[in-house]
Design a protein. Structure first.
Length: 75
């Protein structure tokens, strides 16, 4: 993750009008824990898309956008 990735993330937020979900408590946003949260959330997202398989390819990008924010400790 770099500063350029952060700029792209912010640009996407403005272009799509997306808002982050409520922030997790601060202990869950600590570096190691937030990466574990992002991993488990990523697995949950993939399982969700597998469950809706015929339409599973219709991703908006919002899930990945939020996963990036979790990994950065922003939510």
């Amino acid at each position: 993750m770099s500063l350029l990735d952060d700029v792209r993330w912010e640009t996407t937020r403005k272009a799509c009008g997306w808002e982050l979900p409520k922030s997790a408590p601060w202990p869950l946003r600590l570096p190691v824990i937030r990466n574990i949260r992002a991993l488990f959330a990523s697995i949950a997202v993939e399982r969700h898309y597998v469950d809706i398989e015929p339409f599973g390819g219709l991703r908006t990008g919002y899930d990945e956008w939020v996963l990036y924010a979790i990994a950065r400790g922003w939510c």
